[in-house]
Write a protein that binds this ligand. Structure first.
Ligand SMILES: Nc1nc2c(c(=O)[nH]1)N[C@H]1C(S)=C(S)[C@@H](COP(=O)(O)OP(=O)(O)OC[C@H]3O[C@@H](n4cnc5c(=O)[nH]c(N)nc54)[C@H](O)[C@@H]3O)O[C@H]1N2
Ligand SMILES: Nc1nc2c(c(=O)[nH]1)N[C@H]1C(S)=C(S)[C@@H](COP(=O)(O)OP(=O)(O)OC[C@H]3O[C@@H](n4cnc5c(=O)[nH]c(N)nc54)[C@H](O)[C@@H]3O)O[C@H]1N2
Ligand SMILES: [Mo]
Length: 638
């Protein structure tokens, strides 16, 4: 497996995980045939079964459970294992047809997406390819070296062109080495920093009033009602930066010709995540950076409008009003939700036992003897261990799909490179088999993945105007026609003020950890690791070795007051639970913060991973997760 040097954006670079992906495809642990549980849940005792037997068992159990408890007792749980439009959404038509509970897929950057949409509507973010023309690039809450490796090319180009790169994070992470300046803020205080910078931009007459009058709604109210509360002294107090740094950041931003902000998901993974996002979007708006070559802001490349999925996901098949379950609250859904109780869980492309917050609650729920759990997986994950039936899934090289990209605006259609290994079946073929076994004959279940892709591509959207569909169909990466030039909001302007919201203006609000008080003194950060993709890639021993053991990093001061030293085992604890780590003491971490990178497996020597310490509380909007907004304390292990 190697990168495609012809790809306009990625230029042949692969991340360390996808490099050597053939070792994932052929990993010794690949699941190659269906399994049926023979021992207690979570213990991994299974017997081999045929697809016919497994599918018949699932259909029979679902029919019986639905008859006894009602259709909503069935809950799908799916997320990012595959990001292809077909395989990622494969369960949708079946679950809609059965009237199962709906899953709100909120675990990633929902609060950020909602915050964006509240101001920007369906307007796409700035093009990452344009960032090279910026003279001041902000890496804001993003560890690009680990999670966005292709954007580092832009970072390097900006520096080569004489521009500057600033990093804003809570601690010195790996990408800091690529930045000219690093600014460390208190967790979840990014919105306060943005408002403080806006206060200074006003004071120093750096605001583009003509642009704001023409392009935005509500600037005057923000300026009068909110910004006076954010002078540099208060900004310094809220963010932990010095007054000089706040002033320096605002001046640098205001003086830049075309500042570009590459915004990571981090500032949105807090109780105030949506508001943080909206405050940040005010920065390029206030100086008119959107209109400048190389200026703007990119959080996610929201290409949702590019392909019309309705003929595939079929929301019209829903039999009527159906409840929605927020995936961040799986622990609650499995243990407490009633009317009806969740009696069957269908997991595909996700590993909730490891990645969902409040791991103790999730594992307790998965352990319920009366819960019938089906897991469709490539490997025996922490979740698959709890399956009553485990079905084998292929890797991305073994399936047909249509991909939008995560960090740029190219799309690509792929056909299988090799046939599925063993008896593994793609998500879509699995759903087709289940639909057949349930006696469903709707046409949507008869079409192949490729036929559905053809159907999708026959529905013209503005994003496909002028796009070379033949090249797309040949498998080339083609750039989508990104709608530019107007704001795709209800008012046609950037809605700094949005009266449809409980908080019409972006404001500073405290995080959950702020509100919790400081009985537990450390704020826990649980960011992605370079050698994992969420919980994926545990099958690659060479990557697990580089990742090392489950580690908690503390500042020298926080270690010293607890009498702790590097290398010893410690327990992090809070109301959610207790998790064991190897301690690393480093001055990369400011005091008051504890950092654990990577979602480890409970099968690799950890009773619990970092999600034993995260909570099911939601962000202020979008039902978003709050993975970084938790307090803990740490003690030595005996
Ligand atoms: N190698 C690797 N790559 C990945 C992933 C992975 O697990 N591993 N996961 C993928 C997925 S699903 C996603 S969503 C993306 C996420 O990718 P990113 O958006 O880069 O990651 P974040 O989770 O947002 O965290 C990035 C940084 O923000 C910092 N941070 C935490 N809190 C704050 C804060 O309050 N303010 C500021 N300014 N910084 C803060 C963290 O310390 C961390 O260094 O990455 C994707 N890529
Ligand atoms: N503490 C903490 N927790 C986090 C995060 C964090 O930063 N900190 N990040 C959160 C974020 S941003 C996200 S997006 C979530 C992601 O959470 P998940 O979506 O659960 O992602 P993964 O852990 O990669 O698990 C995906 C699973 O899908 C399987 N898979 C891959 N391809 C296929 C396929 O074609 N079919 C099937 N059936 N299975 C397949 C893989 O083997 C893998 O086990 O995790 C969240 N959890
Ligand atoms: Mo994510």
């Amino acid at each position: 497996m190697r990168g495609d040097p012809e790809h306009e954006y990625t230029r042949g670079t692969l991340c360390p995980k996808v490099n050597g992906f053939e070792r994932t495809v052929h990993a010794p642990g690949r699941l190659l045939h269906p399994l049926i549980r023979t021992g207690p849940k979570g213990q991994g005792a299974f017997r081999r079964a045929s697809w016919d037997e497994a599918v018949a068992l699932i259909a029979q159990r679902w029919q019986a459970l639905i008859a006894a408890h009602g259709r909503e007792c069935l809950l799908p749980y799916t997320y990012a294992g595959t990001m292809g439009l077909i395989q990622r959404n494969a369960q949708e038509p079946l679950m809609h047809r059965l009237g199962a509970s709906l899953l709100d897929r909120t675990i990633c950057t929902s609060a950020q997406n909602a915050g964006w949409e509240q101001m920007m509507g369906h307007t796409p973010g700035s093009d990452p390819e344009e960032a090279v023309h910026s003279d001041l690039l902000f890496l804001w809450g993003i560890n690009a070296l680990a999670t966005n490796i292709h954007f580092l090319t832009q970072v390097k180009a900006v520096k080569r062109n004489g521009g500057q790169v600033f990093l804003i994070d809570t601690h010195r992470q790996a990408t800091a080495a690529h930045a000219d300046r690093v600014f460390l803020v208190r967790p979840g205080s990014d919105g306060a920093l943005a408002l403080g910078m806006l206060h200074l931009l006003v004071r120093e007459k750096r605001v583009d009033r003509a642009y704001l009058a023409r392009e935005a709604l509500g600037w005057d109210e923000l300026e009068r009602q909110v910004l006076p509360e954010h002078p540099p002294e208060r900004t310094a107090a809220l963010t932990g930066l010095s007054v000089e740094d706040v002033v320096f950041l605002a001046r640098s931003y205001g003086n830049a010709r075309a500042p570009f902000i590459r915004l990571g998901g981090a500032p949105s993974r807090y109780g105030n995540g949506g508001l943080n996002t909206r405050a940040l979007i005010c920065l390029p708006t206030a100086v008119g950076a959107w209109a400048k070559k190389g200026g703007g802001l990119l959080s996610s490349t929201n290409t949702g409008g590019a392909f019309d999925l309705r003929s595939f996901v079929r929301p019209d098949l829903l039999p009527g009003r159906t409840r929605t379950v927020n995936m961040n609250r799986l622990g609650h859904a499995l243990n407490e939700l009633d009317g009806p109780r969740v009696m069957s869980l269908f997991v595909a492309s996700s590993n909730p036992a490891a990645v969902a917050p409040d791991q103790n609650a999730v594992l307790r729920g998965l352990g319920r003897e009366d819960l019938f759990t089906v897991v469709h997986e490539r490997f025996m994950t922490d979740t698959a261990l709890y399956g009553d039936v485990v079905l084998p899934a292929p890797t991305m090289l073994e399936t047909a799909d249509l991909y939008r990209a995560y960090g740029h605006f190219y799309a690509q259609r792929v056909r299988p490179v090799i046939p599925p290994l063993g008896e593994s079946r793609s998500n879509w073929e699995t759903i087709q088999a289940l639909a057949r076994a349930m006696g469903l004959t709707d046409e949507v279940f008869q079409l192949s993945a490729d036929e559905h892709i053809d159907l999708m591509l026959s529905k013209r959207t503005p994003w496909l105007d002028g796009v070379d569909l033949d090249a797309l169909n040949r498998g080339e990466a083609v750039k989508l026609n990104v709608p530019r030039g107007k704001w795709l909001t209800p008012s046609g302007r950037i809605e700094i003020k949005n009266e449809r919201l409980p908080e019409p203006l972006p404001r500073h609000r405290p995080t959950h950890a702020d509100q919790d008080g400081d009985a537990l003194p450390l704020r826990l950060q649980t960011a992605p690791a370079l050698y994992r993709l969420n919980s994926s890639f545990t099958e690659r021993a060479e990557l697990s070795k580089k990742l090392g053991p489950q580690t908690l990093r503390l500042s020298p001061a926080d270690a010293a007051v607890r009498g702790l030293t590097s290398g010893q085992r410690v327990t992090g604890f809070n109301a959610q639970g207790e998790v064991s780590f190897v301690l690393e003491v480093t001055d990369a971490i400011p005091s008051g913060i504890a950092v654990a990178e990577g979602v480890h497996s409970i099968q690799q020597g950890n009773a619990r991973n970092v999600n034993g310490l995260t909570s099911q509380r939601l962000a202020d909007t979008g039902g978003g997760s709050t993975f970084y907004d938790n307090r803990i304390d740490v003690r030595a292990e005996a």
